[in-house]
Design a protein around this ligand. Structure first.
Ligand SMILES: Cc1ncc(COP(=O)(O)O)c(C=O)c1O
Length: 913
């Protein structure tokens, strides 16, 4: 039997154990030899034992049925037990138990058994009443448990919008395990009789409990506090759930407590109807999707269209002689819902006051922001909106140089003075890492020393990066606020919307961290720690400050923005994105400018389908985000495991681990790989709590240099053309496989099959290769894996674009517009004139953004001095697409005359001032 450490998610472990039990129990019925029967008996007994610690946390099949099956097995009724196990396993796979009761007795008839559940039409599924489970936490005996369950079952009414089943666990620890294990749980009823400790002593349970570090002092707690503490603890791991606290404590006593996710307190243990109605209402509040509903209702209304939108209601298509196929392909609803109406139950994205406003409020709750805004033009637009709303011309902004191009254009539009921050390079794989905190602090301290801290406005970082590097958001914000207490943070979470729905990932999201920081800054403990540190660092040098883990002053302002491409990681149509705000000064200072910036960039004809999909996407994650993200991580982990432990694949490929992508001094946990072929999974929680950077395991970078193909060729000629596998990003010798919440185990299995086939073909090819062919292959491999062009840092802005030489900020907008006049620019061939000029120590300055794709961020920005390293890198680049570069003309640079004229004008202006 597989060990627990082989699994990342409990759901998969459970599913696999049931499948193994099904296989073994079917075999035992057919087996005739005593030796084999005995072996199967012990396998089945082990599997029953293993499942017995998992099953108490799930409503189906339920412990009573499970114990019954186990007893049948012990009594030798193999046919009965095999029958029941087959039914359970099938119902778990198809989800049939969510729609009807599953009889497990052999003589029972199950009419729907032959209806393949998986073949149910989407309409039939949509009509089914959604199912969930309610966790009851109370230390009761079997009889009392039956009594509670039957009382809850009696409350069901025909008109209920949902169907639920109850799971009863005895203790706080069991409840925590249950909510981390069982994704079906949507509500928790905490009754006064709950105990503290779980009686289940088991490796898997420990693994899950260890995630809750904050429960350290729990042993000393009075029993009356177990309930409130449980509600608080669940708020940390599954904040989307609802809890109902049944208590005997006085109202006054309860009123002053932090009750975490508790929605309501009940004083009467037996008021089951009230409880039932509240549970349904709680889930309904998440299940609402106001804009989607409004759009569906709108599409059913008869309307006449007398404005410029022929596609509305599909009329231009249904009456067409030539484009009927479009109507047939999309179906009628998409056109019925196509509208620009802001009345008739709909709303305006630009001035929302109805269902769009409500949808945004629900999204704000789901993602833990104070305000959330939808965007129908991607995160590219969101980034520009936030930058324009907060940055005034002349403000200094610290920007991760490798960030998405929308930020660089945002800087131009806002007229910011930009300080580019360098990420650590991963030369071996031709990709950049992330910006070390030391580099950020260094720049802030330098700006402080130059007396410019008051002009520093914003720090802009990408979390996580395209390649999956994730910052220690809490540490970055705490330490930066210690130097500049009102710094605004913009975290580009284009790739990280899903992170909110995994307890491990959530701790590194901007919104969760902002909320925690707000709370922490107000605590006495923080004040004490801050005061103590202030004494310690009174006369500290900058070098000492760089080495100190700085603490923000208690009066620091928490000002955090996150932009997310919902469409990249969650359910949303393309371009559906969100801006999340958690800024203490938003209402007082930013609201108006934010509104203007939003108006600047938002279309007056936003696509309602996108908005509706954002609304539904939010609804989905509030109800099943935990489950989907857990499955996604499991799929990615199994992919990492399969590739790293397959002997043939190891010959040509390597999955990059945290150890490969994060330098050792940034991995305080010391963990190099989240999966070890010997030891199984590392508990990622530890790394995610401590390390400067962690790797988002759902993004799997595969080094392909060993195949002799570069990343681009591997992507286009091998994966895409031969196997129809699409991927997004490559580097010189890597390709990136991104999993998402729709990734299934079978898609992972297909990918592994393909990789194995590629490896086999390579083996065959090399087997038959001539000496020359072998030599050529080895050379290509060596070239890709040993000779790599070092990645250049940001050089500097030319002096003409810098206010002084004290600090590196540059006026990117001035450089950008200087190039609008053709006579200020010249073109130089990379390997000719340009190289020559650099060899002659001439200073050359880029007039354009030069953005090779991949990696997709500028290697040069307007006003940047071209260094020898940059030229070497560009010459070594073997990508087809370099935005801003004209292969026929060369690189666009500023003329010496233009730069001199500018410098002269600046000198005159400075003298005049
Ligand atoms: C880090 C980052 N930010 C922003 C964007 C732009 O997002 P969108 O495609 O939603 O406009 C991207 C796109 O790839 C990105 O990688």
């Amino acid at each position: 039997m597989d060990s627990v450490s082989e699994y990342y998610s409990a759901t998969q472990l459970r599913a696999d154990r049931w499948s193994a039990l099904r296989a073994a129990s079917s075999s035992i019925c057919r087996e005739t030899t005593a030796r084999k029967i005995n072996a199967l008996k012990s396998t089945i007994a082990e599997l029953f034992q293993a499942l017995s610690v998992i099953e108490p946390y799930w409503a189906f099949p339920g412990m009573a049925a499970f114990v019954h099956m186990r007893r049948q097995f012990e009594n030798g009724h193999y046919e009965d037990v095999a029958f029941a196990i087959t039914r359970v396993t099938r119902a778990l796979t198809t989800g049939a138990y969510r729609r009807r009761s599953i009889p497990l007795e052999r003589d029972s008839t199950d009419d729907e058994e032959n209806n393949d559940e998986a073949m149910l039409s989407p309409e039939a599924r949509a009509m089914a009443r959604p199912y969930f489970e309610v966790l009851i936490v109370d230390n009761v005996n079997d009889q009392q448990e039956r009594w509670i369950k039957s009382n809850m079952a009696r409350m069901r009414r025909f008109e209920d919008p949902f169907h639920y089943e109850a799971v009863v666990v005895p203790s706080l620890e069991d409840a925590l395990i249950a909510v981390l294990f069982n994704h079906n749980i949507q509500a928790i009823v905490v009754r006064p009789g709950l105990a503290l400790k779980s009686k289940n002593e088991n490796e898997i349970l420990h693994k899950y409990l260890s995630h809750l570090g904050s429960a350290e002092n729990i042993d000393a707690m009075e029993p009356e506090n177990y309930g409130p503490e449980l509600c608080r603890l669940i708020a940390q791991v599954r904040p989307e759930l609802d809890a109902y606290l049944v208590t005997e404590r006085s109202v006054e006593d309860i009123a002053g407590l932090d009750l975490g996710i508790c929605r309501r307190v009940f004083y009467n243990q037996e008021d089951f109807m009230e409880l039932h109605l509240n549970i349904l209402r709680g889930v309904e509040a998440r299940n609402k999707s106001p804009f989607f509903t409004a759009l569906v209702n709108y599409s059913k209304q008869p309307t006449g269209v007398f404005h410029a939108m022929p596609i509305s209601r599909g009329k231009s298509i249904s009456r067409s002689h030539w484009i009927q196929d479009m109507g047939a392909f999309y179906g009628p609803n998409i056109f019925l819902a196509e509208t620009s109406a802001t009345s008739g139950g709909l709303d305006s994205l630009l001035e929302p006051s109805g269902p769009i406003k409500q949808a945004q409020e629900l999204a704000s709750r789901a993602f833990g922001s104070k305000q959330t805004f939808f965007a129908t033009n991607g995160t590219s637009t969101c980034n520009k909106i936030v930058v324009q709303a907060l940055v005034r011309p002349g403000d200094i902004v610290l920007v991760d140089r490798d960030c998405h191009k929308s930020h660089h254009y945002g800087m131009v539009l806002a007229g910011a003075e930009v300080v580019y921050l360098d990420s650590y390079p991963l030369n071996e794989y031709s990709m950049y890492g992330a910006v070390p905190l030391r580099e950020i602090k260094h720049q802030l301290l330098a700006l402080k020393a130059a007396g410019k801290l008051d002009r520093v406005r914003m720090l802009l970082l990408t979390n996580c990066t395209f390649d999956g590097l994730v910052y220690n958001v809490d540490r970055v914000m705490d330490e930066c606020l210690a130097i500049k207490p009102d710094l605004v943070f913009l975290w580009d979470e284009a790739w990280f919307a899903f992170a909110r729905f995994s307890p491990t990932y959530r701790q590194r999201t901007a919104m969760r961290t902002a909320n925690n920081l707000r709370k922490r800054l107000r605590t006495d403990a923080h004040q004490l720690a801050y005061d103590a540190q202030q004494k310690q660092i009174k006369d500290a040098s900058d070098e000492e400050l760089l080495d100190t883990r700085l603490i923000a002053p208690p009066n620091a302002r928490v000002r955090v923005y996150a932009t997310q491409s919902t469409h990249k990681t969650l359910t949303s149509l393309r371009q559906g994105s969100m801006i999340h705000v958690n800024d203490q000064d938003f209402k007082g200072e930013v609201e108006q400018s934010f509104h203007e910036a939003y108006m600047t960039h938002t279309s007056t004809s936003p696509n309602y389908q996108i908005i509706a999909s954002l609304d539904v996407g939010r609804r989905q994650v509030e109800l099943e985000g935990f489950e989907f993200v857990q499955r996604q991580v499991e799929a990615a982990m199994s992919m990492r495991r399969a590739i790293s432990s397959h002997p043939l694949l190891q010959k040509y490929f390597k999955v990059l681990s945290a150890g490969d992508m994060i330098p050792e001094h940034h991995r305080q946990s010391g963990v190099t790989s989240y999966f070890d072929t010997e030891q199984g999974w590392t508990d990622m929680w530890d790394c995610w709590e401590k390390d400067d950077f962690v790797l988002d395991a759902t993004r799997v970078t595969l080094a392909v240099g060993g195949t002799g193909w570069d990343g681009d060729t591997f992507k286009n000629d091998v994966l895409m053309d031969k196997y129809g596998i699409q991927i997004n990003k490559t580097s010189r010798n890597t390709v990136l496989f991104m999993t998402n919440i729709g990734t299934t185990r079978s898609s992972v299995a297909y990918l592994i099959e393909v990789l194995v086939e590629i490896a086999n073909e390579l083996d065959d090819l090399l087997d038959d290769a001539s000496k020359m062919e072998r030599l050529s292959f080895d050379r290509r491999v060596a070239n890709l894996t040993e000779n790599y062009p070092p990645l250049p840092d940001f050089s500097r802005f030319h002096d003409a674009f810098r206010p002084d030489n004290l600090t590196p900020e540059g006026d990117i907008r001035q450089a950008y517009y200087l190039s609008y006049d053709e006579k200020n620019c010249d073109y130089m061939e990379l390997d000719g004139q340009l190289k020559q000029a650099l060899d002659n120590d001439e200073e050359l300055v880029s007039a354009s953004f030069i953005i090779p794709y991949p990696p997709g961020f500028p290697i040069l920005v307007p006003g940047q001095v071209i260094s020898r390293e940059i030229l070497a890198f560009m010459l070594a680049l073997d990508v087809n697409e370099i935005h801003g570069y004209r292969a026929d003309l060369g690189l666009r640079v500023f003329t010496t005359e233009a730069l001199s004229a500018l410098t002269k004008a600046k000198t005159i202006q400075t003298a005049a001032e």
